[in-house]
Design a protein around this ligand. Structure first.
Ligand code: F6P
Length: 499
């Protein structure tokens, strides 16, 4: 590996480097233990001498400091850029989190559009693209992530970038009627046509985008499922995100986990543990969940003092009113349930408003009888997958899963619920807590098999393989291990079109 300016120039000529772009950039060494994108792309980045590009997480008032910082970590270029506080307010808090996040989670009522937010969002994307374009080599393959960076490919094309560029949306894509409520939606979403491959979490999301593109952008759907406008063709499909199954299974069974489980047992005694783990976000259905738990204790009083709900909820985006509101509401509900049902020796809800380590999380899942994953809307929800993987196969807990989580598309053997229906969720809790061992095992085995098949490695391999296939004859090829991949049926080919 060569470093320094000449090194970067030489590395740029390498064939088949992967370049990942996301709003938050992980530290490849530390964050590979935390799962997610760092696991998915870490090995390919390392093998190809590729790079990871995005926001540094820092805000700087000095415009002259806004040049990217380049570090070489484990053979991977980490390229980060600071934002000014106006950019952070407009691009991140404004357009990404007050417009796109609620819109894409079907919460039109919470969308707060301001033209200045959108302007800053575009400016930041333009600035990222112009910095990234200088770093790119002719044979690179570029993978852009999530709602913060929709215009990136269109901006890169302005810099004459001809490389294959893929985009993966980590959150849902709603039906066209919902998307069309956003001011400037045409201007924004037409930029998705500048990619070569668009990846969505579920078939439902991919379907919604195709319909939107046909109805609103005048795209034509081709036989192979790709979309075509006057000057571009883009492939579009579902690539369900997964987890690193082996490392999470290890985390839930190692000595530290055993210690944590013993500690938990001591604290809750023989009571059945119900666990919920969610970022503090209105999309997670937390108020409905606590209400349903209260309803469960009311309707099925035989469970009182025999069950504990442990809700772990790290706060996020705290400066926004919609987040402050949900936090107040949860504080109130927790107090109301504990006040109504609690005993001198029993606290029905234990609510932790902070993050806990991944090893404690894994132990918490394994020690519990029920995993409660009831978002009102969620791209995938990897907690549902982690919960299943952490279970003891001989005596597994039961997963209650919202039908509106992307995970529900392939996890039908969970107890599937409508999170808005508190009576139904209360009944599911009763079923889960009293479910016979044989049924728990049978459901768990079925879920585990799917999760293993669709793990994080399969996810990135499937996406990157398709991205390469979308641009046959392109200079770079990624060294992807496809040996354990099930063979896919041949796809109908559409005639090639210049990009
Ligand atoms: O798009 C979903 C997501 O990136 C999750 O992976 C993550 O939990 C969350 O959003 C992080 O949000 P933020 O970067 O705004 O804290």
């Amino acid at each position: 590996m060569v470093t320094g300016k000449t090194g970067i120039r030489k590395d740029r000529e390498r064939a088949g480097r992967l370049v990942v772009v996301s709003n938050r950039v992980a530290d490849p060494k530390r964050d590979r233990k935390a799962g997610g994108l760092a696991v998915a792309v870490g090995e390919t980045l390392e093998a190809t001498g590729g790079g990871w590009f995005g926001w540094s997480g820092e805000v700087t008032p000095d415009a002259h400091k806004l040049k990217p910082v380049i570090r070489l970590v484990d053979g991977i270029y980490i390229v980060t850029i600071d934002l000014t506080s106006e950019e952070l307010d407009g691009y991140y808090f404004g357009f990404s989190n007050q417009c796109l996040w609620p819109l894409l989670h079907y919460r039109v009522d919470l969308v707060h559009f301001e033209q200045k937010y959108y302007d800053k969002y575009k400016i930041v994307n333009r600035r990222f693209a112009s910095a990234l374009a200088k770093f790119l080599g002719p044979n690179d393959i570029i993978w852009i992530h999530d709602l913060h960076l929709i215009p990136m490919a269109a901006e890169l094309r302005q810099h004459r970038c001809k490389q294959p560029i893929g985009f993966f949306l980590h959150v849902p894509f709603p039906p066209p009627e919902v998307v069309a409520t956003l001011p400037r939606h045409h201007d924004l979403f037409k930029d998705l046509m500048a990619y070569d491959l668009l990846g969505f979490q579920t078939q439902r999301d991919a379907r919604c985008f195709r319909t939107y593109a046909m109805q609103e952008l005048g795209a034509k759907r081709l036989e192979d499922g790709s979309l075509e406008t006057a000057d571009r063709r883009v492939q579009c499909d579902a690539f369900p995100a997964g987890i690193d199954v082996d490392s999470f299974a290890e985390l839930s069974t190692n000595a530290e986990a055993r210690k944590q489980i013993a500690f938990l047992r001591e604290s809750i005694g023989k009571r059945a543990l119900v666990v919920g783990v969610d970022r503090l976000d209105y999309s997670k259905g937390l108020t409905q969940r606590l209400t349903a738990y209260g309803e469960f204790l009311r309707r099925y009083p035989e469970n009182r003092n025999k069950v504990v709900l442990m809700q772990v909820t790290p706060p996020s985006r705290e400066t926004l009113e919609s987040y402050a509101r949900i936090r107040r509401e949860l504080d109130r509900l927790e107090g109301a349930i504990n006040g109504e049902f609690g005993e001198m020796n029993w606290t029905p809800v234990r609510y932790l408003r902070r993050a806990i380590s991944r090893s404690r999380l894994a132990a918490l899942y394994r020690a519990s009888r029920v995993g409660l994953v009831t978002p009102l809307r969620d791209g995938m929800n990897l907690v549902a997958k982690e919960y299943v993987v952490a279970q003891d196969e001989s005596d597994p807990g039961v997963l209650i899963l919202s039908r509106f989580a992307g995970a529900a598309e392939s996890m039908g053997r969970a107890l599937i619920v409508n999170p808005y229906d508190v009576e139904q969720v209360a009944y599911a809790l009763q079923m889960a807590i009293h479910m016979p061992l044989e049924e728990r095992r049978e459901r768990h085995q079925a879920l585990l098999a799917t999760i293993k098949k669709e793990d994080v490695h399969a996810w990135s391999r499937a996406f990157l393989t398709r991205l390469q296939e979308a641009r046959p004859g392109f200079g770079g090829t990624l060294p992807l291990d496809r040996s354990n991949e099930p063979s896919r049926p041949a796809r109908k080919k559409a005639p090639p079109k210049a990009s």
